[in-house]
Design a protein around this ligand. Structure first.
Ligand SMILES: [Zn+2]
Length: 269
């Protein structure tokens, strides 16, 4: 990423903590470079708790507060801020339809990002319906946009088929975890410490293997002004990876959002 202030970086997060989990180092780096950073949070996380008495508006308010706190951590270390946009879709029910697609298209047209980060739509490591739908909405939005409206680069996180390594600073792990730990309704202090420990181990392993602290993403390439098509998973290695993450996620695709007859235009108002 260039050290220019007029670079715009747009992050798409299915839920309030997904950038802290999936691309915290890129968010931090973009802010450090003085880039213009916007995060679109697609859902309000109204079901983001096991406690039924907290579900709905109550946990939604908590999640908004926690997200603002997480953004404050980035600001503390970079003196730059993230613009947060709440899309307002219901947690667990992010639709893959015209309304949500037009929302994503409009955001990209309005924000005019140079770089986009989003979850991987095709080679996902997390099969939560909101994650898949956020990812696919971004992909289909890019497909619909004109060549002149497209960002220069698009990177997917939560991907098992990565194709690009980006160098990060080891000390940034602590900041990333500090930001993640602001989502107190989602992560316990012990869980934060374990995450810090395992992320450090992961990066040290990378350093031994490659000579640098690296994180990996999948870059989407454009061919003739259109995003490249995904190819079926052919190698045994990637098939096994797909099965592993699919089983691990335990979010069966059959339970994906089902549109009601009104939304399908089957019932006239
Ligand atoms: Zn999520």
């Amino acid at each position: 990423m260039s050290k220019r202030k007029n670079i715009k970086v747009l992050f798409f997060a299915p839920h309030a903590d997904d950038i802290e989990m999936g691309a915290p180092f890129m968010c931090l780096e973009a802010l450090k470079l003085g880039n213009n950073v916007t995060e679109v949070i697609m859902t309000n996380d109204e079901y983001g708790t096991k406690r039924n008495d907290f579900k709905g508006e109550r946990i939604k308010r908590v999640r908004i507060y926690e997200m603002e706190k997480a953004a404050e951590v980035y600001k503390k270390y970079t003196s730059n801020h993230i613009k947060l946009i709440w899309a307002g879709f219901v947690d667990g029910f992010l639709p893959l339809n015209k309304i949500s697609l037009n929302f994503v298209i409009d955001i990209i047209r309005k924000e005019k990002p140079d770089i986009i980060f989003a979850p991987d739509p095709w080679y996902a490591i997390d099969f939560h319906r909101d994650h898949l739908n956020t990812a696919r909405l971004v992909y289909f939005a890019l497909k619909r946009l004109k060549k002149s409206e497209l960002p220069k680069r698009v990177f997917f996180f939560y991907s098992f088929k990565t194709n690009i390594s980006i160098r990060i600073r080891f000390k940034d792990v602590k900041i990333a975890i500090e930001s993640m730990s602001q989502h107190k309704s989602q992560i316990s202090p012990l869980h934060s410490k374990l995450l810090l420990f395992f992320r450090r181990i992961f990066l040290i392993h990378k350093l031994i293997k490659t000579g640098a602290f690296l994180v990996r993403y999948r870059e989407l390439h454009f061919i003739g002004g259109k995003p490249e098509k995904h190819v079926p998973i052919k190698s045994i290695r990637n098939k096994l990876r797909y099965c592993f993450f699919f089983k691990l996620s335990n979010h069966p695709c059959e339970e994906l959002y089902t549109p009601i007859p009104e939304e399908l235009g089957l019932i006239r108002k």
